[in-house]
Design a protein around this ligand. Structure first.
Ligand code: DAH
Length: 339
């Protein structure tokens, strides 16, 4: 019986040593220590032993059982450790690995410039007004002192939808809509899209953007217009920027002017950007014509105002030295990524 026990022990320990999983260990436990297990069978047979043999064999059998149990438990722990280590190394993340590059989007340069312009004007107390792109002839021309058959209509090749309805050729109609809605003091800008039936080339586009400005109050003078535009130009193009007014004609302002900024590349000496002029034209402006005020039921004897219209493409191209307007509409990422 001693040899039998010895053999069971050796077999069991060998089996335990070779077990590769918790469930294999459990099968081994049942095979040796379970109710029908081989060690259990031996212990059951002890009844047949003599009284002096029984305690000797019993002691050996208990030791064998204890050794098998210890071996099961040690192997179980070792397997569990190994399993955890395997899982940890499988799940390991190298946090120092460079990540995948996620391409970043950004605001379009035209929109960036529009926002920058809006920020400058709103910081001077202007509100932002909006108007429709599909507009009535009345607002786009008539109410701006441009009656039918007026030659100024020829200078803005307009897309007509019907006799009365058109795609606005300028943001100036927002002036009229604002004055109809609101009593002075008025201080608004209005950025937006405008349309003219021009062929697309390096300097023209049938769709482009303007920003209109309008100030109406008691005692507004051309000096206010100059000071305000100078402040704008310095913020937009740099502190040393100067502005220059050239007499011009717009039907809705009197007097009218075209306004240039000193070239911020050469400072006025003349270079490629300003085409040797030293100055770059960026806007039209003037004192709101009494007819326009009157048409909106604002008494020109009491109130006066100034207005201006800026080309947003023009400002953007000037600011960034862009020489072809089409670059702003093609959405070539190699171009856009530079802003
Ligand atoms: N609307 C004019 C244009 O598109 C620009 C302009 C000139 C707007 C003078 C004004 C202004 O408000 O006073 O050419």
């Amino acid at each position: 019986m001693k040899e039998q026990l010895q053999q069971i022990k050796e077999e069991a320990l060998a089996a335990i040593g070779g077990a590769e999983s918790g469930s294999a260990l459990e099968r081994i436990r049942v095979a040796y220590l379970g109710k029908k297990g081989s060690l259990t069978a031996v212990l059951r047979g002890m009844g047949a032993l003599s009284a002096d043999q029984r305690p000797v064999i019993g002691q050996i059998a208990n030791r064998v059982r204890a050794e098998i149990e210890q071996a099961l438990s040690d192997r179980g722990t070792a397997l569990a450790d190994k399993e955890q280590n395997d899982r940890l190394s499988a799940e390991k993340l190298d946090v120092t690995m460079p990540g995948a590059d996620i391409p970043k989007g950004g605001a379009h340069p035209l929109y960036q410039v529009e926002r920058e312009m809006s920020d400058i004007f709103t910081s001077m107390g202007f509100d932002v007004a909006d108007g429709p792109e599909v507009e009535l002839d009345y607002y786009n021309f008539q109410a701006l002192n441009i009656p039918e058959n007026h030659p100024a209509r020829d200078t803005q090749d307009t897309f007509y939808i019907t006799d009365r309805i058109l795609l606005r050729s300028q943001t100036s109609p927002v002036q009229v809509r604002t004055m109809e809605r609101q009593r002075p003091p008025i201080r608004v800008i209005s950025p937006g899209r405008v349309y003219r039936s021009d062929a697309l080339d390096a300097t023209h586009s049938p769709v482009f953007h303007q920003m209109e400005g309008l100030v109406v109050d008691k005692g507004i003078t051309m000096g206010d217009l100059k000071g305000m535009l100078e402040t704008f130009a310095r913020h937009m193009f740099g502190q040393s920027t100067r502005i220059r007014f050239r007499p011009h004609h717009f039907p809705f302002t009197e007097p009218s002017a075209e306004v240039d900024v000193s070239c911020f590349v050469c400072g006025g000496k003349g270079c490629r950007l300003c085409k040797g002029e030293g100055w770059i034209e960026i806007l039209g402006a003037g004192m709101v014509h009494p007819n326009v005020l009157r048409g909106c039921d604002i008494d020109p004897e009491v109130y006066s105002g100034f207005a201006f219209g800026l080309g947003i493409e023009r400002v953007t191209m000037t600011k960034y030295g862009i020489d072809d307007i089409r670059l702003l509409y093609e959405n070539d990422k190699r171009f856009l990524a530079q802003f």
